[in-house]
Design a protein. Structure first.
Lengths: 106, 474
């Protein structure tokens, strides 16, 4: 790897945990169910970035591409399911507040 | 190869059930799915390479790169048994034809994911199959759309997504260093660069992700809620199979065929396992709800499995796999019993029940046997697997953990005795005079699972030679 590449790589390696922490922070502090899902999405975007950069730096970008496409498909399935859950939760409680869904305790 | 049929058949069955222009009734779907489970269970006894050329061509068309070893075959048997139990419980509990149909479709999809997970030899595919199982279980938990189930399912989704992100980052780092994701490449890379801090961080991230999926103690928040809120057949399936495969089986598989053991990783496993065993058992003692108590007991038993293969020897892996099998059988038996109680008594607090042994003899007897097996009383199957775990720890010179495992057995005994006393023994509480034994499908499943527990315990020498030794070659 050239010096520029190493700098670039460090940038990606730093960006991923930052996105992960932003996502975790969003999940922990928000009171809105949809914002929780957006937090999860931010984390997943961080991982996508990491996968893409890993593929670029070990010289196998085609493999990383196929991984990312599969990942996006799986992610969409999970998002659809969570949308269904949110839809039903909102129908039951008539609000998007996460404080409504704290009846069960561990 | 012929075992990819275990993945393709359920997928094609789901497609066949959902073809447009006609509708299959729920009863027929239940029948076909349970037939598939029976076939899958018997395929365990076939020789490994039995296949016919036509099937071979069909399967090679799908380009699935699968391999089979003893552990995969044992897990295939377990998943078939648990899925069969849960489908029969569904048949007894659910009257609506539509719901039976939906449930059977989802459980077949989940089985496809699970069978894929047993055979696959590539860490990225492991992620894909885990997500297939997880996606179906979110829907299965919330299938009745009641308030608590939706909440539990959403909680599970959030926790499990965080776990997925951890696993994927770990996969990305391993891919970066190894240049590929199949087990052999990653394993070679790990032997070369195992000491590197980035690689170690990746392995630890993977372990934590799988701990969340498997509900090991500090990460267990979602587990009792989902077991409690899910409908009865779903909790049989979740407790018996889903958390054990997505979390614990994958952990065993990764360490057995990819990473191998080293002392640092081993100590992480052992410490979390002991926390899980002890705190899980104490939490179970305090519960008043039948299913919640079983959930905490499940956390405690998962701790035993992790402790077993944390010993780091092949004997430990054999013990862990054997305990996984036993635990799946007797824990699904206990959840079947809880389904019987839910159907016949319709009370979930244990303090409100009492003296049901006279009214529900089969449920009562089978639950006694299941809890004796969980607590490790000879000659039932649970005794042998716990003995193997303790021996593995002792021979690996981890005597402190062996002592913890023995002492925690007493705690297991305690909470199950409290449960038996409150629910089945003693004087019959008022209002339960008209309680009848559970329907035939449920009693049949309880007797079947109970028979497996007893027979495996009694025929242990044969089981050890034929099943466990072939699963994990010493």
């Amino acid at each position: 790897m050239s010096v520029e590449n190493i700098l670039l790589f460090k940038l990606y390696i730093i960006a991923t945990p930052v996105l992960f922490l932003v996502g975790i922070y969003a999940i922990m502090t928000t009171r809105n169910i949809i914002a929780t899902i957006i937090g999860i999405e931010i984390m997943t975007k961080g991982v996508t970035l990491l996968l893409a950069s890993c593929g670029y730096f070990n010289g196998r970008p085609e493999m990383a591409q196929s991984f990312i496409i599969i990942m996006i498909v799986v992610e969409v399935v999970i998002l659809t399911i969570s949308a269904g859950l949110i839809f039903n939760i909102v129908k039951k409680h008539d609000s998007l507040d996460t404080r409504n869904i704290r009846n069960l305790k561990g | 190869m012929s075992f990819s049929l275990a993945v393709l058949i359920p997928l094609f069955l789901v497609l066949f059930f959902n073809l447009p222009f006609y509708r299959i009734s729920g009863k027929i779907a239940v029948f076909i799915a349970s037939l598939f489970c029976i076939v899958q269970a018997f395929s365990f006894f076939l020789p490994v390479n039995a296949t016919c050329p036509a099937v071979q061509n069909l399967v090679s068309y799908f380009m699935l790169d699968f391999q089979c070893d003893g552990i995969s075959r044992l897990m295939l048997l377990t998943s078939a048994i648990v899925a069969f139990a849960s489908i029969l419980v569904l048949y007894a509990m659910e009257d609506s034809d539509r719901k039976q149909f939906n449930f059977v479709n989802l459980i077949l999809l989940s089985l496809a994911g699970m069978n894929g997970l047993f055979f696959v030899r590539d860490i990225f595919s492991v992620y894909v199959f885990i997500e297939v199982i997880a996606a179906t279980s979110y829907i299965l938990i919330a299938i009745n759309k009641d308030k608590n189930a939706l909440e539990a399912s959403f909680k599970y989704l959030v926790m499990s997504s965080v776990a997925t992100v951890m696993m994927l980052s770990s996969i990305a780092i391993l891919f970066l260093v190894a240049g590929g994701t199949d087990f052999v490449t990653v394993s070679n890379m790990y032997q070369q660069y195992g000491g590197n801090s980035l690689v170690t961080a990746a392995v630890v991230l993977f372990i934590v992700g799988l701990f969340i999926k498997g509900g090991v103690m500090p990460f267990h928040g979602w587990l009792p809620d989902s077991y409690l809120a899910a409908p009865a057949p779903v909790s049989v399936y979740l407790a018996g199979m889903v958390t054990k495969t997505t979390g614990i089986y994958t952990l065993i598989r990764l360490f057995y065929s990819v990473f191998g053991f080293n002392t640092a990783i081993q100590s992480i496993l052992l410490i979390f396992a002991s926390i899980s065993i002890v705190l899980g058992a104490f939490a179970a003692i305090n519960q008043n709800n039948f299913k919640r108590m079983l959930a905490y007991s499940s956390i405690s038993q998962v701790g035993y499995i992790v402790l077993g293969f944390g010993a780091g020897t092949t004997f430990g892996v054999a013990a862990a796999i054997f305990h996984l099998f036993n635990h799946s059988v007797f824990k699904s038996l206990l959840f079947v019993n809880s389904a019987a109680l839910e159907k016949q008594v319709n009370v979930s607090d244990m303090s409100e029940m009492g003296g049901l042994a006279s009214k529900m003899p089969v449920t009562s007897t089978t639950s006694v046997i299941a809890f004796l097996s969980t607590a490790g009383i000879p000659p039932l199957s649970g005794f042998w697997s716990k003995l193997m775990i303790i021996l593995a720890l002792w021979t690996a010179d981890l005597k402190v953990y062996a002592v913890i495992a023995i002492l925690a057995s007493i705690l297991t005994m305690t909470y199950f005795l409290i449960m038996q006393k409150k629910v089945f023994f003693g004087r019959l509480k008022e209002g339960f005079e008209n309680v009848k034994e559970a329907p035939l499908a449920i009693t049949f499943v309880s007797i079947l699972l109970c028979a497996i527990t007893v027979v495996v315990g009694l025929l242990f020498p044969f089981v050890l030679n034929g099943l466990i030794n072939s699963a994990v070659s010493f």
